[in-house]
Write a protein that binds this ligand. Structure first.
Ligand code: FES
Length: 186
């Protein structure tokens, strides 16, 4: 498999969406698990791809696979799209900066998890709230709780990140690495 595939599994009460890079794997939500195996030439899933995934940022300091971006690259009036990985599974994240703090969430609307809040050009930020472009749900930028819209009371899934030495690092134990997915690198 040369290109990642986005897999969404919808259960009765929940759904989850991930990007899959390998020829086999599984996606789970609630009690349901979807397992798959694809025959194919794995040469395309080359070490070049993986090396590129971890390629250095513009400042050339991305030896640490958990280092995501320089702090200054994270917007305040929008979001930056990234991808965290665990083994061969990728999960899209969005980052938003508030001064020297950065928050990160899964790039997925609680109303319809297959809908990205940030399709690649940055999520809408209005009055210090994230706004879903699909049906207008609004989310607090601190705790991610939806204050208005069809999923009011639900919350964005938070992902742990930390700022140190002027850069943003993934600190969430569910993932091994993270890379940015803006237009330059998508
Ligand atoms: S998909 Fe986001 S509010 Fe409906």
């Amino acid at each position: 498999m040369t290109d990642p595939v986005r897999v969404t599994l919808e259960g009765t009460d929940d759904s989850t969406s991930v990007r899959v890079y390998g020829d086999e794997g599984d996606v789970s939500t609630g009690d349901a698990t979807f397992r798959f195996s694809v025959d194919g030439d794995r040469e395309g899933d080359s070490s070049d791809d993986r090396a590129d995934d971890r390629s250095a940022d513009a400042d050339g300091k991305n030896d640490d696979p958990r280092r995501i971006v320089p702090l200054a690259d994270v917007p305040t009036n929008g979001t930056l799209r990234c991808e965290a990985r665990c083994d061969r599974r990728g999960t899209e994240l969005i980052l938003r900066r508030d001064g020297s703090d950065v928050s990160a969430w899964r790039n997925s609307c609680p109303h319809k998890p297959e809908v990205r809040l940030d399709p690649g050009t940055g999520a809408i930020v209005r009055d210090d709230q994230l706004v879903c472009h699909e049906h207008g749900a609004r989310f607090e930028c601190d705790d991610g709780v939806c204050t208005a819209g069809p999923c009011r009371g639900d919350a964005l899934e938070t992902v742990a990140v930390a700022v140190r030495d002027g850069a943003v690092y993934l600190t969430d134990d569910r993932f091994d690495s993270c890379r940015r997915l803006d237009d330059r690198r998508a």
